[in-house]
Design a protein around this ligand. Structure first.
Ligand code: XMP
Length: 512
């Protein structure tokens, strides 16, 4: 299946990636490209449509980013957003001016017909000081707002349109519908980028890349590596070997989820190395967070090497599977696709003397697409729906030295918290909920007739879009009460449960 991308032209703000996601939600494949791409380069990508993103500049600024004007002659449908709308107006002979009215935030926009909007008014999110005051010839003005005389225009014959506001943000409630009316309606594109088709394409791509070679995939228990492995397994069957390092810092039942549920769902060949003792001995006496991370990271590389050596016995293994996602690719400036190993502990490291070719079946996908493909391939919900979990695992959620006994306490408390949050139907609202053991703190409590001297457990539920910033989640009191009661009743050694109500910044999500 050869796919024509919808190209999102990045004019230098942070909006392009979000727009690319919204295009995917409209079931069309999208890619972000820089605004410096020439018309030739754009044509060579055979795009289905272009979406011009917002940006921080004024079109009249000397260094204003511009698109090669020949792009508008390619016969490709174009949709302009905010700055992209203004630069499009400018290039096609319309007028953009500073009106003196800066419009920022939620705005009521009047709708005057056209294909993109429905109703008489739409609530939209504006952020501009210049405005389009005259649409280019052949374009109809279809909406206006107090600060934007031309808030939307379209030329249906040319399959071109644009809006001054940001349809990609949640504050424009009709935004996604408007984008879809353009892509499916005005541009006439078929919404074929579905989980089923994506899975089929990715499996075929891997077949082509790996041929009759052998591959290895390190599983972390997380979503990305599991889905990447499932795709490769479908493509090359038993020529894939998965390896899993049990470092003893996993959560309750996590090893079973990989060893049993994942293997049952995929039929993948799995080698587990049991390394808990090695990790614990390296962590003995270590309390400083960065030292812990270093100790875990270094040991992970050694364990992973041992696991890879086992997996390679008797085979010439050329390929290493990695769960790199599209945002990683965009953020690294469209990496070359070779040897760009993530520095996280997710995969850890590789034997020095082995050079693998990377197989990155998820490099085109956003996280929600990875989950959808995982479900399509029949992976269990406990894996596909899993919240982010740090590579160094529970090792960085114990404040103080990491010991087996403390890990057991934390594992039990963490399991109760997760179980109750799921039971209360809060999984979709919460980005993740670290549960932290303050192992070096003890305080007095009372249980039955006795005085206790136990540890506090911290609950850190947060809501977030991308983990860069986060807010503390407003969990209903009765759910918190249930978690607290169960933890203090069921987990010996814990006599208090406290809630972290700090946002990020200034806090981080993890405690360490
Ligand atoms: P912080 O604590 O910096 O965390 O606000 C941001 C996000 O990153 C996750 N995290 C990690 N993920 N390896 C990972 O794969 C790591 O070493 C690591 N440390 C933090 C954290 O859980 C949160 O989602």
């Amino acid at each position: 299946m050869s796919i024509q991308p919808v190209l999102v032209v990045d004019f230098g703000a942070q909006y392009a990636q979000l727009i690319a996601r919204r295009v995917r939600e409209a079931n069309l494949y999208s890619e972000v490209i820089p605004h410096t791409a020439s018309a030739e380069e754009i044509k060579a990508k055979n795009p289905a449509a272009l979406v011009l993103s917002g940006g921080p500049s004024s079109v009249y600024a000397e260094d204003a980013p511009k698109l090669d004007p020949a792009v508008f002659e390619l016969g490709v449908p174009v949709f302009g957003i905010c700055y992209g709308f203004q630069t499009m107006a400018n290039a096609l002979g319309g007028t953009v001016e500073p009106t003196g009215v800066r419009e920022y935030g939620r705005t009521e926009m009047s709708v005057e017909g056209g294909q993109l909007h429905e109703g008489e008014t739409n609530t939209v999110w504006m952020s501009h000081s210049d405005s389009v005051t005259k649409a280019p010839e052949g374009f109809t003005v279809t909406a206006s707002s107090p600060g934007a005389p031309v808030a939307a225009f379209e030329n249906v014959g040319k399959k071109m349109a644009g809006v001054q506001y940001h349809p990609e943000v949640g504050h424009s409630p009709e935004g996604q519908a408007v984008l879809e009316r353009f892509l499916h309606g005005v541009a006439g594109l078929q919404p074929t980028w579905t989980a089923e088709n994506i899975a089929e394409k990715l499996i075929n791509d891997v077949k082509e890349q790996v041929g009759d070679g052998h591959a290895i995939c390190g599983l972390s228990g997380g979503v990305d590596s599991a889905v990447a492995a499932a795709i490769v397994q479908r493509a090359i069957g038993d020529r894939l070997t998965c390896v899993f390092v049990d470092h003893g810092l996993l959560r309750k039942y996590e090893r079973e989820q990989v060893e049993k549920d994942f293997v049952e769902a995929t039929g993948a060949k799995l080698i587990t190395v049991h390394e808990a003792d090695a990790f614990l001995s390296k962590l003995a006496g270590v309390t400083e967070p960065e030292a812990k991370r270093k100790a875990i990271g270094a040991e992970f590389i050694r364990s992973f090497e041992r696991a890879v050596a086992q997996a390679m016995e008797g085979h010439d293994v050329e390929f290493l599977v990695q769960g790199t996602l599209y945002p990683d690719v965009v953020e690294s400036g469209e990496g070359s696709g070779t040897a760009n190993i993530k520095s996280h502990h997710n995969v850890g490291g590789l034997p020095d003397d082995v050079e693998f070719k990377l197989v990155e079946p998820l490099r085109l996908l956003f996280k929600d697409e990875v989950r959808a493909v995982g479900r399509e391939l029949g992976l269990p919900e406990v894996i596909v729906g899993r919240q982010p979990f740090p590579g160094p695992g529970l090792g960085i959620r114990i404040i103080g030295e990491v010991t087996e006994e403390r890990l057991d306490i934390l594992r039990d408390a963490d399991y109760i918290a997760r179980e109750e949050l799921t039971r209360a139907g809060l999984d979709d609202e919460i980005w993740q909920c670290p549960v932290v053991l303050l192992a070096d703190v003890r305080s007095v409590g009372v249980q039955g007739d006795g005085r206790t001297y136990g540890h506090p457990i911290v609950l850190r539920p947060v809501s977030s879009e991308d983990a860069m910033t986060a807010d503390w989640s407003r969990i209903p009191y009765d759910v918190l009460e249930k978690i607290s009661t169960r933890i203090t009743n069921e987990v010996k050694e814990v006599n208090r449960v406290v809630l972290d109500v700090t946002s990020k910044p200034p806090g981080t999500i993890e405690w360490e």
